[in-house]
Design a protein around this ligand. Structure first.
Ligand code: HEC
Length: 278
């Protein structure tokens, strides 16, 4: 009699364990609850309405854009988010902050990391020439400046890729962490996963697929997938070294190997059969 009881208990336990494992796999992506209008912070609007907070002078040692020590007039970027968004209403751990730049570049980082890093929004370069707010930035033969805002840190190493230092920033977006992954991840195909992971890491800040991603470079899937109009061997080489194809190219050389380039192209081909406009 006793043994049967134990058996029943063990049986129930194993069912429970099995059930909870399954649950985990199918767990829904939790969405953040946040008032719609506050999802996007328009920094120029806030500046116009005098809502950027108090000015301070910050010193950045080894600035990654100017490659030297720099001084800026700035405001606290984390205070802007704290003042404009009720953080008690959102799940900070499940949220990313996306920095929208004038040219469509859209790097992102976890909101939690951003809030802890003491980020500053610089609006004026102390060493700027008289006719400008900034020293000029020269990149691949293109000249530009950091207007209107440049995101900097005083206590974070510029070598740490987790922290983003975008300039020409105009908006902050708060979004659920998994939004892009859910929409663009290969669902029924494991071989394209490698390419997908590489694309998330190196490309999505500048390129969209089905309208999701950055806008500095062209959308790569809709209406025509880039693999439909480029010769494959040329495309492989282009992704490895864009400057060997185009003069004054804006797309950087990202350190992608030939094999990684092929994996990304496998993923792009896979997405060409899954086109959707945004
Ligand atoms: C910093 C932004 C940036 C990043 C990161 C970037 N690209 Fe680009 N890409 C561009 C821009 C801008 C262009 C348009 C041509 C130019 O000016 O360089 C471009 C052009 C392209 C083109 C040619 C499109 C066409 O229709 O001719 C392809 C293909 C491409 N990129 C693929 C990639 C892939 C794959 C990655 C990731 C490994 C990537 N890019 C990362 C900015 C970027």
């Amino acid at each position: 009699m006793k043994t049967t009881k134990i058996h029943i208990i063990l049986f129930c336990l194993s069912i429970f364990v099995l059930f909870s494992c399954n649950q985990k796999k199918e767990a829904k992506i939790e969405s953040i609850t946040i008032d719609q209008p506050k999802m996007v912070l328009d920094l120029l609007d806030l500046q116009k309405n005098d809502k950027l907070g108090k000015d301070t002078l910050v010193t950045v040692i080894n600035d990654p854009v100017y490659h030297k020590t720099k001084k800026y007039q700035a405001v606290s970027a984390s205070d802007i988010v704290k003042n404009e968004v009720d953080l008690s209403k959102i799940k900070i751990k499940n949220t990313i902050i996306v920095f929208e730049c004038i040219d469509g570049y859209k790097p992102e980082m976890p909101l939690e990391l951003f809030l802890k890093a003491k980020p500053y929004l610089a609006f004026k370069d102390v060493d700027a020439p008289k006719d400008s707010n900034w020293e000029r930035i020269v990149k691949n033969g293109n000249e530009m400046n950091a207007d209107p805002f440049y995101l900097v840190y005083t206590s974070v190493s510029a070598n740490n890729q987790e922290y983003k230092w975008p300039y020409n920033v105009i908006k902050f977006h708060l979004e659920p962490k998994n939004k892009n992954i859910v929409a663009l991840q290969p669902k029924d195909n494991e071989t394209t996963m490698k390419g997908f992971t590489l694309f998330q890491k190196h490309c999505i800040t500048c390129h969209a697929i089905n309208g999701i991603g950055g806008e500095m470079g062209p959308e790569l899937n809709y209406p025509k997938n880039v693999t439909e109009y480029w010769k494959e061997n040329e495309l492989i080489d282009y992704i490895v070294n864009p400057a060997s194809f185009r003069h004054k190219v804006k797309m950087p050389t990202l350190g992608i190997t030939k094999q990684q380039s092929e994996e990304i192209i496998d993923y792009l081909k896979y997405m060409s059969e899954r086109k959707k406009s945004d």
